[in-house]
Design a protein around this ligand. Structure first.
Ligand SMILES: *Cc1c(COP(=O)(O)O)cnc(C)c1O
Length: 408
C-alpha cells in the first residue's frame, strides 16, 4: 500500500510507516499518541489513556500545559533563535529565576540531558586541572553501576549496561564504575586525582533504585575530604518528582554541580542546564564550550514558564503527598507477583518476582485498560505520572493495577 496522505488517522498506518522508514532503536508499546492534555493522552482512534510515564518526567507539569504553551507561542513570534554571538532578552531572567530557585550562583544552559552531563564532565575536569591542581589528563570521575546519564559515546562508555555500549567503542577514559550505594567502594577509589563523583540521587532507568539513607551525605563528606566535586544528575529526579524540588534535599546536602533537564521545559522543547557556584562555573572562558541552541530565547521563556508552573501550582508538595498515598495503597495490594514497592514522591517502582514473567506483559495489560506504564529493567513497572494528577485519578489507576497484578 502506498500512503500519500500527510495526516495518518489510523494507528496501524502510523506504525507501519515508522517501522518501514525509521531506525529501530526503540521498542515502543503499540499505542500511537495523537493528542494529550494533563495526565491524559489519546491515540489516533480517540481512545484515552492515563500517562504514567510522563515522558520520563519531562511532563511533570502535565501534557500541553496552557501556560507553558503560551510562553512558547508568544516567544516564538517575537524571536526564536538569535545566535549566542549576540544576547537575548530572555536569558538573564531565566538564569535569575533558576539561581533563586536552586540557591546556586550560576547557570550554563544546554538542550538535551546528555549534553548537560557532558558539560558537567568538562567542568569537573577543567576544575580539577585549573583549581585543584590534578596533573593534566589524569583526572578521574567516579560513577556507579546501573547509572543512566544519556547516550553520547563518552557517557555510554561508563555505563554498566552492555547493550548501551556494545559496538560503540572505543570509549573515553577517565571514569571508574563503582557499585551504587557502596560507600566502602567509594572510599577505596578516592585519591588525589579524583575530580568528581557523578551520581543520580535515585536511579530511575536503573529501576527506581533508592540508595540507603545517608549515601549522598557520605558522598558529600568524602568529596569534601578529598577536595572533589559532588555532581548530581537530577535530570529525572529533580524539579519535584521525588516530593522535593531536588532529590538531594532529602539528605539535606548541597552538591557542587546539579544537572537538570526534562521537566525544565515541561515537555515542549529540550532545555537542560548545569547549576554550580562561581568557582566551578568560572572555569569556562569564552570559546571553551557552547551550543547553537543552548540558551535560546524560546528555551529560556519556556523554562521560565515551566518553573513557574512547578512552584505556583505546588507540584512539589503534591508529589510528596500523593506519592505517599499511592505507595501506601500499592503496598496494600495482595499479589503473589510483587516483590517490592519502592518510591519517593510520585516516582514508584513495582518490582516483580522473576517468576512473574517480566513486567512488559503487565504493562501491556495495563495499556489495554487505558493506563500507560513502562517496564524498566525487565522486572520493574515504573510509575511516574504527571505531578498534576489528582487523588481520584490515582484511585482509578490503583483499580487497574490491582486487577492486572492478579493475572496468572
Ligand atoms: C533522561 C536522562 C538523561 C539524558 O537526557 P536526554 O535529554 O535524553 O539526553 C540523563 N540522565 C538522567 C538521569 C536521565 O533520566
Amino acid at each position: 500500500m502506498t500512503m500519500t496522505a500527510t495526516t495518518l488517522s489510523k494507528s496501524s498506518e502510523c506504525i507501519e510507516l515508522e517501522n518501514r522508514y525509521g531506525a529501530h532503536n526503540y521498542h515502543p508499546l503499540d499505542v500511537v499518541i495523537s493528542r494529550a492534555e494533563g495526565v491524559f493522552v489519546w491515540d489516533a482512534e480517540g481512545n484515552r489513556y492515563m500517562d504514567f510515564l510522563a515522558a520520563y518526567s519531562a511532563v511533570n507539569q502535565g501534557h500541553c500545559h496552557p501556560r507553558i504553551l503560551q510562553a512558547l507561542v508568544e516567544q516564538s513570534k517575537r524571536v526564536a533563535l538569535t545566535s549566542r554571538a549576540f544576547r537575548n532578552d530572555q536569558l538573564g531572567l531565566f538564569y535569575q529565576q533558576l539561581c533563586e530557585l536552586s540557591g546556586f550562583a550560576k547557570v550554563l544552559p544546554m538542550n538535551t540531558g546528555a549534553e548537560a552531563v557532558e558539560t558537567a564532565i568538562k567542568a569537573a575536569r577543567k576544575w580539577a586541572y585549573t583549581v585543584k591542581g590534578v596533573p593534566r589528563n589524569q583526572a578521574k570521575i567516579l560513577v556507579f553501576s546501573d547509572n543512566f546519564h544519556g547516550r553520547t559515546t563518552t557517557i555510554v562508555g561508563f555505563s554498566s549496561e552492555d547493550q548501551y555500549k556494545d559496538g560503540f567503542g572505543p570509549f573515553t577514559p577517565g571514569f571508574e564504575i563503582l557499585p551504587y550505594g557502596d560507600v566502602a567502594a567509594v572510599e577505596a577509589a578516592m585519591d588525589e586525582n579524583v575530580a568528581a563523583i557523578l551520581v543520580e540521587p535515585i536511579q530511575g532507568e536503573g529501576g527506581i533504585l533508592i540508595p540507603e539513607d545517608g549515601f549522598l551525605r557520605r558522598l558529600r563528606e568524602i568529596t569534601d575530604d578529598y577536595n572533589a566535586l559532588l555532581m548530581l544528575d537530577e535530570i529525572q529526579s529533580g524539579l519535584g518528582r521525588t516530593g522535593k524540588m531536588f532529590a538531594y534535599e532529602h539528605e539535606e546536602i548541597r552538591p557542587d554541580v546539579v544537572i537538570i533537564g526534562k521537566a525544565l521545559s515541561g515537555g515542549f522543547y529540550p532545555v537542560s542546564a548545569i547549576l554550580a557556584d562561581g568557582e566551578v562555573m568560572g572555569v569556562f572562558r569564552p570559546g571553551d564550550h557552547g551550543s547553537t541552541y543552548g540558551g535560546n530565547p524560546v528555551a529560556a521563556a519556556v523554562a521560565r514558564a515551566a518553573l513557574d508552573v512547578i512552584t505556583e501550582e505546588g507540584l512539589v508538595e503534591r508529589s510528596a503527598e500523593l506519592g505517599a498515598y499511592f505507595i501506601e495503597r500499592l503496598r496494600a495490594i495482595d499479589s503473589a507477583h510483587v516483590a517490592e514497592i519502592r518510591g519517593r514522591g510520585l516516582w514508584i517502582g513495582i518490582e516483580l518476582h522473576a517468576e512473574a514473567g517480566g513486567a512488559r506483559r503487565f504493562c501491556e495489560a495495563l495499556m489495554e485498560r487505558g493506563l500507560l506504564c513502562k517496564e524498566t529493567h525487565d522486572h520493574v513497572i515504573r510509575i511516574a505520572p504527571p505531578l498534576t494528577i489528582d487523588r481520584s485519578q490515582i484511585d482509578w489507576a490503583l483499580d487497574q493495577i490491582t486487577d492486572v497484578l492478579q493475572l496468572a
